[in-house]
Design a protein around this ligand. Structure first.
Ligand SMILES: N[C@@H](CCC(=O)N[C@@H](CS)C(=O)NCC(=O)O)C(=O)O
Length: 218
């Protein structure tokens, strides 16, 4: 059985846990506490030398990169609806997975750091950093918004791992003050399609979890 090392509060762990739930994948969850910095411990870096969550072990395979973990799990279990075999559909999904990791996540992450992490560490958001990111964020959100015009899901008539991967960087969008209001198709997809999925709802870890932990650590 797959063993998944994750802390569901982080974007890429929430992505893997929600994606595995979408795939109805059996797995064992090993909690690695992000706020305690356990991703930097030798026991974890032996699995992922990037010292970043998540990681997955299945027999002699050790895998990191959240999207690679979802691709592997879908193929291992033969979940064609969530990761279709059709050449062009798969190429489309792979394109969104690569774009999410290389381009979309880094832009959303600026809002998460400034509006969630900084206040959590006792500081406050730097408006100059947010202003500097705004044009890039709106350009990328506009690309997703155009894709989602008249569509319930990103790639097919069903949710796929592309929906989960693309939604993950927005998982705390309210608290992160992600400016999605200008992108109605994106907002509708996130709030009415992805956020109503059972796999998304059952993997929710919200602000209360974080503030409770911050209070404990103080
Ligand atoms: N591209 C990687 C990114 C992994 C990543 O950035 N993980 C974050 C949490 S979402 C992390 O653990 N960062 C290390 C740290 O902040 O110490 C993936 O998709 O798995």
């Amino acid at each position: 059985m797959m063993k998944v090392y994750a802390d569901p509060i982080t974007v890429n762990c929430r992505k893997v846990l929600a994606g595995l739930a979408l795939l109805d994948a059996p797995y064992e969850h090993v909690h690695v506490d992000y706020f305690k910095g356990e991703q930097k411990d030798a026991a974890f870096t032996a699995l992922n030398p990037n010292a970043a969550l998540p990681a997955m072990v299945d027999g002699d395979l050790v895998l990191w990169e959240s999207n690679a973990i979802l691709q592997y799990a879908a193929d291992k279990l033969g979940r064609d609806s969530a990761y279709p075999q059709d050449l062009k559909t798969r190429a489309d999904i792979n394109r969104w997975l690569l774009w999410e990791s290389s381009t979309w996540f880094p832009s959303c992450y600026v809002y998460l750091v400034e509006n969630c992490v900084e206040p959590l560490l006792g500081g406050s958001a730097d408006p100059a950093v947010l202003d500097a990111q705004a044009a890039q964020f709106h350009k990328l959100a506009g690309i997703l918004d155009a894709r989602l015009a008249g569509r319930k899901w990103i790639a097919t008539d069903n949710p796929t791992i592309a929906d989960i991967a693309l939604a993950a960087p927005m998982h705390l969008h309210g608290w992160a003050c992600l400016p999605i209001a200008d992108h109605p198709n994106l907002k509708r997809w996130l709030t009415e399609s992805v956020e109503t999925l059972p796999c998304w709802r059952t993997t929710w870890v919200g602000e209360g979890f974080i503030t409770e932990r911050a209070a404990l650590a103080a």
